[in-house]
Design a protein around this ligand. Structure first.
Ligand code: ATP
Ligand code: MG
Length: 592
């Protein structure tokens, strides 16, 4: 179905006064110094993410407000107040001190979305220890590799995960000095060469003098999703808290009374920056669902938990779309006022689906592990152009650049100032949550910068209104008969067909065209693959894209391979299509 190209916003779309309402003026007046002053800072100077997120509130009127509300299928809901979170994180920090873990050492957490995860992450930050949350569904090898690469000295995990995945791998992680385990059903653990976390926590005080971390002290080490290759470790510092705060306010429009739900697992940067830090900075109550995706359950939670701001991902939205509108309409969402999405391009069809299913369009935003926080966003007050990622936030200067011939190693670029020209999306370096390095890969890090710009590796264009449009990752762009084809454009059209749930386009070598476009699709519930359907989708693509850009081949797959963070792995589809080695599949979702 062809839709309007713009969703106009009026005052009636706003339930609360938006934090960003005068885009130009707020961008002009924005200063990072002011953002720093909006935070409290450590007594005696210094900056610490966990202090701003937890202890600052615990000492004030938010003490008894629920900071994190954990829900699970077979357990009663558990609320951790800001006050309680401050005490528990202090205990954890004391455990680290008692063990002799020093500032700057690396701690890894590996567990489901249980309270201990949040306590360990924030407690370690209080102690000045650098944290990496790992996704609990990883297999032993990716876990061991990351701990080894990150020179992890402490691991916090559950008894069961340790036994299943790590006990036999311990020798592969020579830097690991301490393993803290969470016993099953709260009981103590008896694994050799480990400690029982609950016992350690009970033995220490719940007051802790927060480590005097400076803004530039390392805080978090996040691994990228591995969509385009081996995951890279991106290092972030405590100053990132300024970006978490600013983007929580502008991009997520957080207000004190919000009930907020970020569906990302903390094993990915979104789940940490926006599932832990940003909502706490704003003193809001967050929902944490311990269960895996389930369309019915998610709709019920949105309704019963009275969620007002929801941050999710295209892959989740596609799965919800796949399950049909009726499931969504079984509930009402009177409290929901803002929905945002990140992680992959959000097809226009998905933006509109939000309006039909939940009564609100989905607001796409863009950022990367490397940027540490949201850079480009659609926000409540402004019109949405479905298919566009929105506009740069206050404090962020984005532009489109083209590469010039490099002198030696360093890339050189020129800013493309005319609108609507495709090029690489670049950001003026210097925002506080910018990564400060790739772990053990200085050369790769340097390649990301050209003069004053950080080069994102994504291709995009900017329109005359300043909205950015994602074209594709530089690695995924298809070169066919002299055209540069972004897979997103092709996939968005395929998604317009009622039967198509997911689509991925790749370039396949072709003797005449250089590359031809091949697409893979999976279907919505209730549709079956047939030759007639294939021809129908092909005809739609030809009509909307023209013969030069439309796929020459369309193949059906029950589901598309994706990373555990939900990103379609086009490189894998390509490798399989061409019979090439699959490369690093450590983040590939099981069964894909
Ligand atoms: P790797 O760098 O290991 O290949 P990755 O790039 O997928 O993995 P992340 O840092 O998690 O790892 O993802 C950032 C990338 O996700 C962006 O560079 C972009 O390609 C894609 N992305 C994120 N948000 C959006 C969006 N709103 N629209 C389009 N693409 C997006
Ligand atoms: Mg990347």
């Amino acid at each position: 179905m062809e839709r309007p190209t713009i969703i106009r916003k009026t005052d009636s779309d706003l339930r609360v006064p938006p934090n960003l309402d005068n885009y130009e003026a707020q961008r002009r007046s924005f200063r990072w110094d002011n953002e720093r002053r909006a935070l409290q800072g450590l007594p005696g100077g210094g900056l610490n993410i966990a202090f701003e997120a937890v202890d600052r509130h615990a000492a004030g009127p938010l003490q008894d407000r629920s900071a994190l509300r954990f829900v699970a299928r077979n357990a009663p809901a558990l609320d951790l107040s800001y006050g309680e979170l401050a005490l528990q994180t202090s205990r954890f920090a004391n455990v680290l001190r008692e063990l002799g873990v020093a500032k700057g050492e690396h701690l890894f957490v590996l567990m489901g979305r249980i309270p201990e995860l949040y306590i360990a992450v924030l407690g370690a930050l209080k102690a000045g220890v650098v944290v990496t949350p790992l996704f609990s569904a990883f297999g032993p090898e990716p876990i061991a590799t990351r701990i080894k690469l990150g020179e992890g000295t402490v691991l916090v995990t559950s008894d069961a995960l340790y036994r299943r995945k790590l006990a036999q791998w311990r020798e592969q992680m020579p830097t690991l000095r301490h393993v803290l385990l969470i016993g099953e059903d709260g009981g103590p653990t008896h694994e050799a060469a480990t400690r029982d976390l609950a016992t350690c926590m009970a033995a220490v005080s719940d007051t802790f003098h927060i480590e005097q971390t400076a803004a530039e002290d390392p805080a978090l080490l996040h691994f990228t999703s591995g969509t385009t290759g081996t995951p890279k470790g991106a290092l972030h510092v405590h100053a990132a808290v300024m970006m978490h705060h600013a983007s929580g306010r502008y991009a997520l429009d957080l207000h004190p009374n919000d009930r907020y739900w970020c569906t990302a697992d903390p094993g990915w940067v979104t789940g940490t920056s926006y599932g832990i830090i940003a909502p706490l900075l704003h003193g809001v109550s967050s929902l944490v669902d311990r269960e895996e995706f389930d369309a019915e359950r998610w709709y019920a939670l949105l309704a019963s938990e009275r969620i007002s701001v929801w941050y999710t991902a295209p892959t989740a939205i596609r799965m919800l779309m796949k399950s049909g509108l009726e499931a969504a309409r079984r509930h009402a969402y009177p409290d929901l006022r803002f929905i945002a999405s990140v992680g992959e391009p959000l097809n226009p069809e998905a933006v509109w689906w939000g309006k039909e299913a939940l009564g609100l369009p989905i607001h796409d935003n863009w950022w990367q592990t490397e940027t540490g926080g949201i850079m480009i966003a659609n926000t409540p007050a402004f019109d949405i152009k479905p298919g566009s990622m929105g506009r740069p936030l206050p404090g962020i200067d984005a532009c489109i650049v083209e590469h010039l011939e490099a002198e030696g190693e360093a890339p050189r670029v020129r800013i493309i100032s005319e609108p609507n020209i495709e090029g690489e999306l670049a950001l003026r370096a210097g925002w506080p949550s910018m990564f400060r390095g790739y772990l053990h890969n200085e050369a790769r890090y340097r390649k990301c910068f050209a003069g004053e710009f950080y080069l994102s590796g994504d291709l995009a264009r900017r329109d005359a209104d300043g909205y950015y449009w994602f074209v594709g990752r530089a690695d995924d762009v298809i070169k066919s008969a002299g055209h540069l084809i972004g897979p997103f454009e092709v996939e968005s059209v395929l998604m317009e067909h009622a039967a198509v749930a997911e689509a991925a386009a790749i370039g396949k070598p072709d003797p005449v065209l250089g590359e031809m476009v091949k697409a893979f699709v999976s279907l919505r519930t209730g549709f079956a693959w047939s030759e007639t359907l294939r021809l129908e989708i092909l005809a739609l693509a030809r009509k909307r894209l023209g013969a030069a850009i439309a796929p020459k081949e369309i193949a059906f797959l029950p589901s598309l391979p994706r990373t555990r963070s939900g990103k379609i792995m086009r490189r894998l589809l390509k490798a399989r299509e061409l019979g090439l080695p699959e490369g690093d599949t450590s983040t590939l979702e099981a069964g894909a």
